[in-house]
Design a protein around this ligand. Sequence first.
Ligand code: NDP
Ligand SMILES: O=CC(=O)O
Length: 324
Amino acid sequence: MKPAVILYKSLPDDLRAKLDDHFSVTEVKDVSPETVKQHAEQFASAQGLLGSGGKVDDELLAAMPALRACSTVSVGYDNFDVDALNQRHVLLMHTPTVLTETVADTMMALVLSTARRVPELDKWVKAGQWQKSVGPAEFGIDVHHKTLGILGMGRIGLALAQRAHFGFGMNILYNARRQHEEAESRFGARACDLETLLKESDFVCISLPLTEQTHHMIGAAQLKLMKPSAILINAGRGPVVDEQALTAALKDGTLHAAGLDVFEVEPVPADAEILTLPNVVALPHIGSATHETRYGMARDAVDNLIAALNGKVDKNCVNPQIQA
Ligand SMILES: NC(=O)C1=CN([C@@H]2O[C@H](COP(=O)(O)OP(=O)(O)OC[C@H]3O[C@@H](n4cnc5c(N)ncnc54)[C@H](OP(=O)(O)O)[C@@H]3O)[C@@H](O)[C@H]2O)C=CC1
Ligand SMILES: O=CC(=O)O
């Protein structure tokens, strides 16, 4: 008999067929308590769980006693209680690498569109306000040869540094927990403490995971350290930045602008004050959202679940130590 799995994200037809070849699949809309209650039997017998978003915590795990592996269609896994998974010997698989270059492209798009005010001036032209040659009121600031500080020099940070260094001749600063020799030798990146990075950077780019240590790592005190001409880009996770403090800093001129792909609450409420600010470029968490990359992520998530439930895990596993 094929192992039972719960799928809570729709997949392209060919990938769904591959999943069906290996498993007996129950597709549900999410992993909320209501959905679990509605499909209690299927959740109780499932050995695998594949999807993205939603909290996978002790409460959900208690309803899934047969679970052996989770496969998330994302690299970030802050919505999973990894300690609870470890206690129950459940593998957690994710999709690093396949999305790295695409997310770095998105971050560079935010750097350029905030500095050169692309969305704001697009609206201005379409509103018929282009009546004569532009003047200082429409000018932006240069990106090339400025200093770009990266918080989190992991896979995505490295790909961003490559673009900024080779494409735009930028100086690279970074802050991480350990030294990154590849970034230093290939892109001349300089490791520094958070305070130095915030003080010296023209662009501060966040590609950090959300953890207890990174929650609100950037608050009012940190924003005050930044240059008034500086721009903050966040494509890590919303709660890494205190959004209320950021809103205040953008309003009172502590900070020049912000480019945000992620928010403290997602979807960001339509009446959030931060969305009313002209110096904010807001995206709906689209870091990896291209046809090619989202397909690649879904493909890897399916392969990851097959490997995990067949005891053949050799990559993309958050907690491989529990196999021993
Ligand atoms: N907006 C979007 O659509 C997307 C967002 N993301 C987000 O980006 C994050 C990063 O992805 P990826 O680059 O693949 O992950 P990596 O694990 O490769 O990189 C994470 C980096 O963060 C650093 N880091 C972690 N904790 C701290 C800390 N407390 N202080 C300083 N540095 C820290 C790590 O430091 P060290 O190297 O020293 O260990 C590492 O350099 C994901 O976790 C996810 O949240 C990812 C994909 C898409
Ligand atoms: O935010 C997206 C991810 O893959 O993590």
